[in-house]
Design a binder for this molecule. Structure first.
Ligand code: HEM
Length: 433
């Protein structure tokens, strides 16, 4: 904990964090898994038998304001919007800057405040965005396309989430299309995919897109990409972590919470709102307007307060393990070999220098270890060549000082990341992860 504080103070002294939204004591008190790890873990184990492990504690069901200063507004022509429905919604409601260029810390804290994601998950997500697709000098990044500027060009970064294909943005997404199949348009919902998602609860008496339902959709999205995209790639970060996360995040954080639905309920209307899909009720026709994602009216986030009520890494890991129990293929790193239906896997043990294999990841604790140790292993490699000298050192320092306090130091470290094993996949491009 002390090192997080030291690190943040260090940054503020340097003037790197001008963000007024950050309140240091609050921020630190919310960092989960650090204060009561053992009770957190035993609680999680108890929850594994629940129908929906993404439950929050019963408690306060906080309604998210969508009027006044947070009224929905369509993005302007120069505002950035990208592949993440949650970030787009936050910008459209003014919780994040409406221009779509966000700060490292404010993105982590605002997503925590409004969606109930744990800081131990939102901070690595935002850090990765900053280092991989953002601006290391201003510690900011775009939720959509590039922010421009010569310095960014020289550094080879600043492309935004939309330009981070196979490093962050990924194939086999929940509703968005694969980059190769849609001429690089990764920001639009593909309606056939969306309809497939809706169809899963079309005949349900009380529709709810739980993790069990998303397991079925996960199978579909994987198979869909394998059978249509010759350059499909499912990397250890982009596929195993990010693509799978999108599927877990729907029941995990998009549900409306209430006393009746303490675990949250995801309805068709909620999905349509968050994914910017409009239904003509007289004809049933669906239309999608890119960038028009919105937080639904009268929507209540996961129960507020308390370590266990947030959707942090431990909760995410449990959901991922449940997903893998349903379909082990979701942990299989690999890709198509240039033709459809030619998926070949690659040994995770080989990539991680023998430290983590797919079987290890069935243990949620090891999965959390894998998340952090992988980020610490791949980011330096990704930054080499893009950043030089002092700037590279600042980036690497930022990486370690931010991540090290967030996970168990006993997690086995990855000394040799063999990323070149991924180069055999024609869809991987340079430095895909
Ligand atoms: C700083 C925090 C976050 C970052 C950097 C981030 C980043 C991303 C990225 C890069 C994608 C694209 C993945 C893909 O191509 O499939 C994505 C998709 C997604 N994100 Fe986020 N995200 C963040 C927070 C959240 C939160 C809090 C939620 C809560 C609901 C969320 C829900 C989703 C969903 C459901 C998708 C899949 C979209 C689709 O395929 O249609 N994200 N996010």
């Amino acid at each position: 904990m002390r090192s997080v504080a030291t690190f943040l103070l260090f940054l503020s002294v340097l003037g790197i964090f001008p963000e007024s939204t950050v309140c240091l004591p609050n921020f630190l008190s919310r960092a989960p898994a650090l204060r009561s790890e053992s009770s957190f873990r035993s609680w999680l184990r108890r929850r594994q038998d629940d129908n929906n492990t993404t439950a929050g504690d019963a408690g306060t069901y906080r309604r998210i304001e969508v009027t006044g200063a947070h009224a929905w507004k369509a993005p302007g022509p120069n505002d950035k919007r990208g592949p993440c429905p949650a970030l787009n919604s936050l910008a459209n409601h003014g919780y994040l800057p409406r221009n779509g260029v966000v700060g490292l810390l404010s993105a982590a804290t605002v997503t925590n405040e409004i969606f109930g994601i744990g800081i131990d998950l939102s901070l690595p997500l935002s850090l990765y965005a900053t280092l991989l697709s953002g601006n290391i000098l201003t510690l900011s990044w775009s939720i959509g396309g590039p922010t421009g500027g010569t310095l960014l060009g020289l550094l080879g970064t600043g492309k935004g989430l939309s330009g981070s294909h196979n490093k962050y943005e990924t194939d086999a997404s929940v509703t968005h299309g694969d980059s190769y199949l849609f001429n690089g348009d990764v920001n639009s919902v593909q309606l056939p995919k969306f309809k497939k998602l809706l169809s899963l609860q079309a005949n349900a008496a009380v529709p709810n897109w739980t993790l069990d339902v998303m397991n079925i959709h996960r199978n579909y999205t994987l198979q869909d990409s394998i059978s249509t995209n010759p350059y499909f790639f499912f990397g250890p970060v982009s596929g195993l972590l990010v693509s799978n996360a999108g599927h877990c995040f729907v029941p995990g954080m998009m549900g409306n919470h209430s006393a009746q639905w303490p675990n949250g309920r995801v309805t068709k209307e909620i999905l349509q709102s968050f994914f910017a899909v409009h239904e003509d009720t007289s004809t049933g026709t669906l239309t999608h307007t890119r960038g028009h994602e919105r937080i639904p009216h009268n929507w209540h986030r996961r129960a507020a307060g308390g370590v266990v009520s947030e959707y942090g890494n431990a909760r995410f890991a449990v959901d991922l393990v449940r997903m893998a129990a349903y379909n082990p293929a979701i942990l299989k790193v690999g890709g198509n070999m240039g033709t459809v239906n030619s998926f070949a896997g690659v040994d995770l043990g080989g990539i991680t220098g023998g430290i983590y294999n797919s079987f290890d990841l069935l243990d949620p604790d090891m999965l959390v270890c894998f998340i952090f140790r992988t980020l610490l292993a791949v980011v330096p490699d990704l930054l080499q060549g893009g950043l030089l000298g002092a700037l590279l050192n600042v980036a690497l320092k930022l990486l370690t000082t931010t991540l090290l306090p967030l996970f168990n130091p006993k997690c086995p470290g990855i000394q040799n990341w063999n990323g070149e094993m991924l180069e055999k996949f024609p869809g991987a491009g340079s430095k895909a992860v």
